[in-house]
Design a protein around this ligand. Structure first.
Ligand code: SGN
Ligand code: CA
Length: 518
């Protein structure tokens, strides 16, 4: 009898200590689910005040956590944004300054590696776009380059594979399958679910192809911008809905002229990869709409044609967002059903913002608000007040530090951002008085000239160094950034203060190119 009691005592002590251990781990090392899209503009998220679509699942995430109203990137382009996130360092330090160029150096310090060392299991599925293979992940499957919307190919540690389906669904399936069946349940996880959608050429899923058919989406007030009062690069870019969209963007692909400059068999690939069934659904959705336009366009004014292109573009873009939002719902449901939700931090962001017709544009790259901004929503159960908001000047430079801090891991001194954890806990002190930005990819796609700049809570100063032109915007008076105040009388003290701040930040972040111009 005594022995049995002893055994029971030992057993219960073990059980109690076991469960305290689990609790300790649970509270100290939460799971992290990072859901990341490609080119998702905040203007198309309900919680950010969208007037053009609804995103019930992103809104649900925001209602459960904190929405950042002033999150920005440091270099508004895909690969570079991803490299900044992985390293917590500006592009000139992590070495990945532009999409086109040398591969990401995967041997360097990244937050997934540091999380692994701290006991996390790490996984990444979807778009990667850094040239070299992922490092620091226990499991990964990434699309080559930009990837394909339909029946995508994946590069995996065990070779290549093609998965039938629509990419946003496939990437979510891979995520759920890993969480459910593959992960080591003794370890906390860091999961990076990285969608291709809504990247150009905005190919929606079959089930969304006729969504919005019967409505007209409101146009942004600057759709017909004439680029006066701005640096000359604003008029010289190649990202206008009016002039730079080709038949692939507009889904007018049936009668392509194979001798035209835009003709590109690689781009046909997007359509050729569809199964017969997928193609049938596609054709049924677009054929009649296209026929109508092709017939009517001869009678349409130039303005009406731009308006038609805008509607075609924005509807396809929003249909891609519909797939993203649905799949976020699936993931959140899975976390709820599996009991993981309670101890899983969910983050939603995108590699940069995007133009949804503002200034007549699509694409990104500029330090102007639409492309500088990124959505950032974080739900941390038990820590972040549900439905809370933050307006601090945060950047994607801060994500690595934040993830490490969430996991209780020391932030290396050479990372350049700051943890957002105090903000998530409700700290209201000043976080940062200004942010620094530098875009390099020129000449290249869309011809946005190189620039760097500084933004504080009211003003933005940008220097286009190849053209030696400056811009100053007062975001309070001119949220659309239509009037360059750089030479306006009365603004001299602001220009000079902003230049001081710009130099201070260039020095602080050790940006030798920027320093050489200041
Ligand atoms: C592709 C797109 C461009 C886009 C870049 C960079 N062309 O080259 O429109 O700016 O990607 O985008 S496409 O014909 O392939 O659609 S990024 O998000 O990867 O930086
Ligand atoms: Ca992108």
């Amino acid at each position: 009898m005594y022995r049995i009691i002893l055994l029971l005592t030992i057993l219960s002590t073990v059980l109690i200590s076991c469960s305290t251990d689990t609790k300790k781990q649970a509270s100290e090392q939460p799971n992290i689910l990072f859901i990341f899209t490609d080119d998702h503009a905040r203007q198309s998220i309900g919680a950010y005040g969208s007037i053009i679509n609804e995103t019930p699942n992103l809104d649900r995430l925001a209602e459960g956590g904190m929405i950042f109203r002033n999150a920005a990137v440091t270099n508004s382009i895909c690969g570079p944004s991803r490299a900044v996130i992985l390293t917590g360092k500006h592009s000139h330090i992590n070495g990945f300054m532009r999409n086109e160029g040398k591969d990401f150096d995967g041997a360097q310090q990244t937050f997934p590696k540091l999380l692994q060392q701290a006991g996390y299991e790490t996984a990444l599925f979807g778009k990667w776009h850094l040239g070299s293979e992922p490092t620091g992940f226990n499991d990964w499957k990434v699309v080559p380059g930009q990837g394909n919307y339909y029946n995508p190919n994946f590069i995996t540690p065990d070779g290549n594979e093609q998965i039938e389906g629509y990419i946003t669904d496939v990437v979510t399936d891979l995520t759920i399958d890993w969480l459910k069946n593959k992960r080591d349940t003794d370890k906390p996880f860091m999961m990076m679910t990285q969608h291709k959608a809504p990247h150009r050429r905005w190919l929606p899923a079959g089930r969304h192809l006729t969504m919005y058919d019967d409505i007209t989406i409101p146009e942004p007030p600057t759709l017909f911008d004439d680029y006066s009062n701005r640096n000359r690069g604003a008029a010289e870019q190649e990202m206008e809905i009016a002039r730079h969209m080709d038949p692939y963007d507009l889904k007018l692909i049936d009668d392509l002229d194979t001798t035209a400059e835009y003709y590109n068999p690689w781009k046909m690939g997007a359509w050729d990869r569809m199964t017969e069934e997928q193609r049938k659904v596609w054709d049924e959705a677009y054929d009649l709409k296209n026929e109508k336009f092709l017939k009517e366009q001869k009678q349409m004014s130039e303005k009406e044609i731009i308006q038609w292109k805008y509607q075609r573009y924005i509807k396809d873009y929003l249909r891609c967002i519909a797939s993203v939002d649905e799949n976020i719902g699936r993931l959140l449901d899975y976390l709820d059903e599996s009991g993981l939700a309670e101890n899983t931090i969910v983050i939603y962001s995108s590699d940069q913002g995007f133009y949804l017709g503002e200034h007549g544009w699509f694409d990104k790259r500029w330090m102007y608000e639409e492309s500088l901004s990124a959505p950032l929503i974080i739900k941390w159960p038990g820590v972040t007040a549900p439905g809370s908001e933050n307006a601090d000047l945060v950047q994607n430079l801060d994500y690595a530090e934040t993830f490490l801090d969430m996991a209780g891991v020391d932030i290396p001194g050479d990372m350049q951002g700051k943890s957002l954890v105090p903000l998530l806990k409700g700290d209201k002190g000043e976080f940062r008085d200004a942010i620094f930005y530098h875009y390099y990819e020129y000449p290249s796609w869309h011809m946005v000239t190189r620039h760097f700049g500084v933004k504080n809570e009211r003003f933005k100063l940008i220097y286009y160094y190849l053209n030696d032109e400056w811009e100053l915007f007062d975001l309070k008076q001119d949220a659309q950034e239509m009037y360059n105040l750089y030479n306006a009388p009365g603004y001299e003290p602001i220009v000079s203060d902003m230049k001081v701040k710009l130099k201070e930040l260039a020095v602080h972040y050790q940006d030798s190119i920027a320093i050489s111009y200041l």
